[in-house]
Design a protein around this ligand. Structure first.
Ligand code: PEP
Length: 258
């Protein structure tokens, strides 16, 4: 039986406009009111909508944040958004190292580690994404790849800092494809990541480990029921209030207090 509290976070990616966001955020704020107390919910939105998100979610149990931050604290970095800036809008979460940023923006493991440090310095919770491509899985390199991605971050952090991160295992081949990892495949990688975290220190062993990649209302409960899966990072399904809430409810059904 899972022993850690559940966390479900939506990653809106580059989707949303003011009117549709308002409908979605209001539905999520309202629909999460009934969840067991130990299920935590968040949404990571495009930066221009942070003020709107803050005004609609303040007072609800839903946390919010961003999908990336700059590796710099401030200065002449046109187009960048500093972690400290997003705290001005009540954000508490920041995704770093999403595979889309690693692939399309050539973000290295080292850059992801620096961004994680910036997020922690700003007092936010970093959601550090790791995951292998299909080629890497087929070459039996999954543990080597995700282990190296995680280690690059852990090596730059103290044990106390590392205890404040969240890790999301997102196999690249499962993101946006409709083809989730099976619960067994995901649990095996999570158990491996858990052992890597535990090696950093006792305080790090229970860091929340989210699974991401085509989570839907139909597969959420089985995934979240695995020993080392503490919730999910949800892309496409987080844009539909009904689906996102059904996934949150699945987390509630198997939560510690649910
Ligand atoms: C993601 O992009 O983080 C993700 C998990 O996407 P999806 O749920 O759409 O596969």
């Amino acid at each position: 039986m899972p022993k850690r509290a559940k966390l479900v976070v939506g990653n809106w990616k580059m989707h949303g406009r003011l009117a549709e966001n308002a409908t979605l955020l209001q539905a999520v704020a309202q629909g999460t009111g009934e969840l067991p107390a130990d299920v935590r919910v968040g949404v990571c939105v495009p930066c221009p909508y942070l003020a709107q998100t803050q005004s609609l979610l303040e007072g609800s149990r839903v946390m919010w944040g961003v999908q990336d931050v700059s590796a710099f604290t401030h200065g002449a970095y046109t187009g960048e958004v500093a972690a400290s800036m997003v705290t001005d809008f009540g954000s508490t979460l920041a995704i770093v190292g999403h595979s889309e940023r690693r692939a399309y923006h050539r973000e290295s493991a080292e850059l992801v580690a620096v961004k994680t440090q910036r997020v922690l310095e700003a007092g936010l919770t970093p959601i550090v994404c790791v995951g292998e491509t299909l080629e890497e899985r087929e070459a039996d390199l999954t543990e080597q790849v995700v282990g190296a991605q995680l280690d690059e971050v852990l090596v730059k952090l103290s044990e106390q800092e590392a205890a404040r991160i969240v890790v999301a295992y997102e196999p690249v081949w499962a993101i946006g494809t409709g083809k989730s990892a099976s619960a067994q495949q995901a649990q095996a990688v999570h158990a491996f990541l858990r052992s890597r975290l535990a090696a950093k220190g006792a305080a790090v062993a229970d860091v929340p480990l989210l699974y991401g990649g085509s989570v839907k209302p139909e597969n959420a409960e089985e995934l979240f029921g695995q020993m080392d899966i503490d919730g999910g990072l949800i892309g496409g399904a987080s844009l539909k209030a009904q689906d996102f809430l059904a996934i949150c409810k699945a987390a509630g059904a198997i939560s510690v207090s649910g």
